[in-house]
Design a protein around this ligand. Structure first.
Ligand code: FPP
Ligand code: MG
Length: 298
């Protein structure tokens, strides 16, 4: 990445030969279509580095932009990030104000990057109850969605003013309104209907969910959508997240996704034994790819 590059789309990223090698090796295996990330540890990072809390969040934003570039390079088509939970409104007034102001500035920057987003085909969606946000902020995030709505190569979902339980409650309330208005019969309420009323109704379920900072909870994030996602917890604080942590997460996914696919199909004990063989084959293929990738690496 060049020193001066900032903003959401960082397409001047310079990979080292070793990073290219790592990417090539991982790309031998299957790549998750949709990756969700709980970007945790910004305040601990700020404390450790002796800087203000908001500086930790600002570094967190830079890491998000870098991660999006890495995901694009890997061929990930959809990324969902937990940027601001409804629970975060309960933090100190100064921190909430600073976080909202940082986010406002970043979404304004995003609108200025309309052409770059179009070039890469990135659609931006906000998931969450934006009515809890100040009105100027609501308008900015709606504009970000509006100007990217026709892009169709990749999707970035920013969970902002979001919790999963609020999302599910919201869907239930909407369905009960439809019943009250006579547009729906009570026995027509089912999982498909509720899914169609979720903030994520445009989206597929995440294949891989990553949480940084060593916490091993989902913290009310995509509880419905991540019921079958492979979850990868890593101790690194979000601003210290590197391409190697992402590759490790994807490798973890590759090791577990065949077992998951079999489980979904109802495979039994023999299925698990075959899984182990398939995993070993995947690792062998990866190692083979590593050496052939090394010869082509820059
Ligand atoms: C969690 O770390 C992070 C947040 C609550 C905010 C995440 C925000 C960003 C990455 C930047 C803004 C992003 C956008 C999309 C504008 P924490 O504060 O819980 O840190 P801790 O776990 O160390 O206390
Ligand atoms: Mg935290």
């Amino acid at each position: 990445m060049t020193e001066t590059e900032s903003g959401w789309v960082r397409d001047q990223y310079q990979y080292s030969w070793l990073q290219r090698l790592g990417i090539n090796v991982i790309k031998v295996g299957s790549i998750p279509r949709h990756v969700a990330v709980i970007m945790d540890g910004n305040r601990r990072f700020a404390k450790q580095s002796g800087v203000a809390t908001i500086e930790g969040h600002s570094k967190g934003f830079d890491k998000l932009a870098e991660t999006l570039q890495w995901c694009r390079e890997l061929g990930v088509k959809e990324v969902t990030v937990y940027a601001f939970s409804i629970e975060n409104f309960k933090r100190g007034e100064k921190e909430v104000e600073a976080l909202l102001s940082l986010a406002k500035e970043k979404f304004k920057d995003l609108i200025k990057e309309e052409e770059k987003l179009k070039k890469h085909g990135v659609r931006v969606k906000i998931i969450g109850n934006i009515s809890y946000l100040p009105e100027d902020m609501q308008n900015i995030v709606m504009k970000a969605e509006e100007i990217t709505k026709n892009n169709s190569e990749a999707t970035l979902n920013v969970a902002f003013s979001y919790t999963s339980r609020e999302e599910i409650t919201h869907a239930v309330i909407e369905s009960s309104k439809m019943v009250k208005q006579g547009d729906l019969k009570p026995d027509e309420i089912d999982q498909d209907l509720l899914e169609s009323l979720m903030y994520t109704n445009h989206s597929s379920n995440p294949d891989l969910l990553i949480r940084t900072s060593g916490e091993t909870r989902l913290s009310d994030f995509l509880l419905w959508q991540a019921s079958s996602s492979i979850t990868y917890f890593t101790p690194v604080l979000w601003p210290d997240f590197s391409i190697w942590h992402l590759l490790a997460g994807v490798f973890f996914y590759q090791r577990h996704q065949q077992s998951l696919a079999r489980l979904r199909l109802g495979g039994g004990k023999e299925g698990w034994q075959t899984d182990q063989m398939e995993q070993d084959t995947t690792v062998a293929t990866l190692l083979g790819g590593w050496w052939s990738g090394a010869s082509k690496a820059d």
